[in-house]
Design a protein around this ligand. Structure first.
Ligand code: ADP
Length: 304
């Protein structure tokens, strides 16, 4: 069952149409990702759904059966919005801001429990400015949950985090889903979208150009596998290049990368055997969401 319905969302700033008639639904309990280049309209779309921005006449948005513009107060009892760092008062302590937010809602969760859940209980007396990037992002999720929301919006949650802190964040996001919440997130990390999201909308120039699961998005692009290997004799690359239906190149680590249509791995193995080429470290690399994303967002034609 859908929990968010967006139909023909249009948003114009002055004369510029930033969002050009977007339609989609988010199902209850799913992690829904919105990805796309900078300026594509992701934040505008989310802010219209949250009722923070007013969409153009003719747009339809419903969140848990509520109109976000008309019923914003009611809606804010049910949605969790991650605050940007700049929204915190300067020099505030973790427990002060958490306590203030707790007092704000009638049915608030205990801030002490939330800080414990997010391994921040020993930071309650710390100034927010003294937290690490990962701790600050954990705090932003903890605070977004204080009203025990059904839907949580996370905007570029892991930007700027080191790889371990990012991975830790992913587990927190999966926990939100396990708790039965719906998550809508934006990210610039394709690996993150692939790992977390049940479905992903790719937005380009204010329009959805693809909406599907990561696997389906990748397979819809008909991208081919790549074969990567190392040659014992580097000049043997010429014996592969003479098969002109293959695309052959060398990277800076002396890996030979071979692309081509069809059963590329089989073809390459046949050639290696026929030409008696000695090689090592052969890998077949499947196309990733990042490959598909670049293919979709770089193409002139609108896809799908
Ligand atoms: P994204 O989140 O995908 O980077 P945004 O939704 O922030 O994209 O922006 C979409 C377009 O709308 C951009 O061209 C941006 O410059 C423009 N835009 C966003 N906010 C405003 C605003 N308050 N006033 C005017 N233009 C805006």
């Amino acid at each position: 069952m859908h929990i968010i319905k967006v139909d023909n969302l249009v948003k114009t700033y002055n004369t510029r149409r930033a969002v050009k008639g977007i339609s989609f639904q988010v199902e209850e309990g799913e992690i829904f990702g919105i990805i796309g280049p900078n300026g594509a309209g992701k934040t505008t779309t989310i802010e219209c759904i949250e009722g923070l921005k007013k969409s153009d006449t003719g747009s339809f948005i419903e969140v848990m059966g509520l109109n976000p513009e008309k019923h914003r107060k009611e809606l804010y009892k049910h949605i969790g919005v991650q605050l940007q760092e700049t929204s915190y008062p300067q020099f505030s302590k973790v427990k002060d801001i958490a306590r203030t937010l707790e007092a704000f809602y009638d049915n608030a969760l205990s801030y002490k429990e939330l800080l414990k859940d997010f391994q921040l209980d020993d930071k309650a007396n710390s100034y927010i400015s003294n937290l690490s990037g990962g701790q600050r992002q954990r705090l932003s999720i903890a605070l977004a949950l204080i009203n025990n929301p059904k839907i949580v919006f996370l905007d570029e949650l892991t930007t700027g985090l080191d790889p371990q802190a990012r991975r830790d964040m992913w587990e927190w996001v999966l926990k939100l889903k396990e708790q039965g919440r719906t998550v809508v997130l934006t990210t610039h990390y394709m690996e993150e979208a692939q790992y977390l999201c049940d479905r992903i909308a790719i937005i380009k120039d204010g329009e959805i150009v693809k909406l599907d699961s990561a696997d389906n998005i990748v397979s819809s692009c008909n991208l081919t596998d790549k074969v990567v290997l190392k040659l014992q004799q580097s000049e043997e690359i010429e014996n592969i290049k003479k098969y002109d239906y293959l695309e052959v190149e060398k990277d800076k680590n002396d890996n030979v990368i071979i692309k081509g249509d069809g059963e590329i791995a089989l073809k390459v193995l046949e050639i290696l055997s026929k030409e008696d080429i000695k090689y090592s470290d052969l890998k077949v690399i499947k196309p990733s969401l990042e490959d598909a994303y670049l293919n979709i967002t770089n193409s002139r034609e609108e896809v799908g």
